[in-house]
Every structure is written in structure tokens, then in C-alpha cells.
Design a protein around this ligand. Structure first.
Ligand SMILES: NC(=O)c1ccc[n+]([C@@H]2O[C@H](COP(=O)([O-])OP(=O)(O)OC[C@H]3O[C@@H](n4cnc5c(N)ncnc54)[C@H](O)[C@@H]3O)[C@@H](O)[C@H]2O)c1
Length: 256
């Protein structure tokens, strides 16, 4: 019997990286999990691997009908919905002066509208069934801009505010909504960048812990936020970044 036995969770973007680490941690704690992702093969594999505890649903989080169906199918399969982790995200990078409207729309739709649609339908169910807890995955880029990242950083800042707005509106329904803001996490999303030595070094210069996080290091904070231990944490942004956010000032230590 884990701390979440009898509980059901949705994890969007749960077929890879941070989302999958959250799925694994939920299963370990006894929850049933509905994984929503575009990766059909991986979903089928995970359904088989965790038969009885996982359903995988091909879901595009930017499509409202997909999210509505996801919530309905989760409730059908497991009898309720207690937690949701809105993790799906990616970006098409570009400098502002070069970025196409289509690439902007892709990034903002996926990272921000996808979270809005997810929260909307998860909360719609939860508010009529005793409440719940939702965690949205934003990014340190909600606070810190990056070259080629205007669309992504803007969308992630939007996710942070959407989280606060949702907490404000949903507290009356016993639904808590919080965000985690990861720094650098070793996943397929970042492997392309960090596999280039010079880029990896530039990251490490900024990150006091001098390493990327493993995806599992995001799962602990995310699960804490839905747990009873966090029963009064609502509308919060939990930065999980190895102290990266505090390195705004140049590193003078090498000169002392
Ligand atoms: N990796 C990092 O360093 C980092 C840092 C900060 C924030 N994040 C955020 O964490 C989240 C997860 O990132 P990750 O690094 O685990 O990436 P990842 O690429 O490993 O996983 C993302 C998953 O989302 C799925 N996905 C993509 N588009 C989708 C859509 N339209 N509908 C449903 N699923 C979709 C993908 O198929 C994939 O399984 C993202 O929101 C990302 O912006 C990541």
C-alpha cells in the first residue's frame, strides 16, 4: 500500500522525460495513471508493461476534444480523477526577428493553451467530485529569458500565471493548483543541446550544482505538491533548478 493507493492521476507528456519519471513515481506510490501523449508506440508499450495500473491515450493537448475524451476515459477506467500533472511541452526555437508565425503558434499552443485546456477539463471533473490537486510544469524560463526562446519563455511565464489564476478560482472547490519550474533536466528535449561540449559548459557555468537534474529529481517535488504534506500549498511556483535561478550576478569566485 503506497501513499497514493486508491488515487488516480493523469500525466500529459507522460511517455518521456519528466512526465515518465512522474508516472513511475506515481505507480511506485500505488496510484493508477492515465498517460496522455502523442507517442502511440510508447503508450502501447507502457500499457502492456504496467497492465492494470496504466492506460495510455493518444492525446494532443492542444485539442480540446482530445482532453475531454482523456478525462472521460480516465474516469471510466479507474473510477475517478484525483491528481493531474500537465507536463507535455516542446518548442520551435527562433530569434524574434526570424520566427515564423507558425512556429510561435506551435510553441505557445502546446506549452500554454495545452495547459489551459488540461486544467479546464481536469478541474471540471474534480470540482464536482470532491476536489483534487493539479501540477503544471512551467520552466525556469518563466523567469529567465533565453536566446531563441521568446515563444517558449513567454508561454512558460503564462503557465505560471495560469497556475496562480487557477488556484484563485479553484480553491473554493478544494482543488489546489501549483507549478514546478525545472532548470536543466537530462531528457530527450535537452540532450541535443547538452551533448555539444561548449553548450554544456555554458550551462554548467551557470548552475551552482554543476550538473543537470535527472528526470526523477522532478518527480519528488511534483508528487509532494499533490500530497497531503502540501495541503496548504496553493498557487505556488516551486523552482527546482540546482540553484540556477540565483546566479544572476557574474561568478566572481574564480577571481578571488
Ligand atoms: N528538460 C528540461 O530541461 C526542462 C526544463 C524546464 C521545463 N521543461 C518542461 O518539462 C516538460 C517535459 O519536458 P521533457 O524534458 O520531459 O521533454 P520530453 O521531450 O522528454 O517529453 C515531452 C513529452 O511530451 C509529449 N508531447 C509533445 N507534444 C505533445 C502534445 N501536443 N500532446 C501530448 N503530448 C505531447 C512528447 O511526445 C513527449 O513524450 C515540458 O513542458 C518542458 O517544457 C523541461
Amino acid at each position: 500500500m503506497g501513499r497514493f493507493s486508491g488515487k488516480t492521476a493523469i500525466v500529459t507528456g507522460g511517455a518521456s522525460g519528466i512526465g515518465y519519471a512522474i508516472v513511475e513515481a506515481l505507480l511506485q506510490d500505488g496510484a493508477k495513471v492515465a498517460i496522455a501523449d502523442l507517442n502511440k508506440d510508447k503508450l502501447a508499450e507502457l500499457e502492456k508493461l504496467h497492465a492494470g495500473s496504466v492506460i495510455g491515450r493518444v492525446t494532443n493537448v492542444t485539442k480540446e476534444a482530445d482532453i475531454e475524451a482523456l478525462v472521460a476515459q480516465t474516469v471510466d477506467a479507474f473510477g475517478g480523477l484525483d491528481f493531474a500533472f500537465n507536463v507535455a511541452g516542446a518548442s520551435k526555437p527562433g530569434m524574434i526577428v526570424d520566427q515564423s508565425e507558425a512556429d510561435w503558434d506551435f510553441t505557445v499552443d502546446l506549452c500554454l493553451k495545452g495547459v489551459f485546456l488540461s486544467v479546464k477539463h481536469e478541474a471540471k471533473y474534480m470540482k464536482d467530485h470532491g476536489g483534487g490537486a493539479i501540477v503544471n510544469v512551467a520552466s525556469l524560463n518563466a523567469h529567465v529569458p533565453m536566446f531563441y526562446g521568446a515563444a517558449y519563455s513567454s508561454a512558460k511565464a503564462g503557465v505560471e500565471m495560469l497556475t496562480k489564476n487557477a488556484a484563485l478560482e479553484l480553491a473554493q472547490h478544494q482543488i489546489r493548483v501549483n507549478a514546478i519550474l525545472p532548470g536543466l533536466v537530462a531528457t530527450p528535449l535537452t540532450n541535443g543541446l547538452t551533448s555539444v561540449d561548449a553548450i554544456n559548459e555554458a550551462y554548467m557555468e551557470r548552475i551552482p550544482m554543476r550538473r543537470a537534474a535527472q528526470p526523477s529529481e522532478m518527480a519528488g517535488p511534483a508528487l509532494f505538491l499533490v500530497s497531503e504534506e502540501a495541503s496548504y500549498v496553493n498557487g505556488a511556483s516551486l523552482i527546482v533548478d540546482g540553484a540556477w535561478a540565483v546566479t544572476g550576478y557574474p561568478d566572481l569566485s574564480k577571481f578571488l
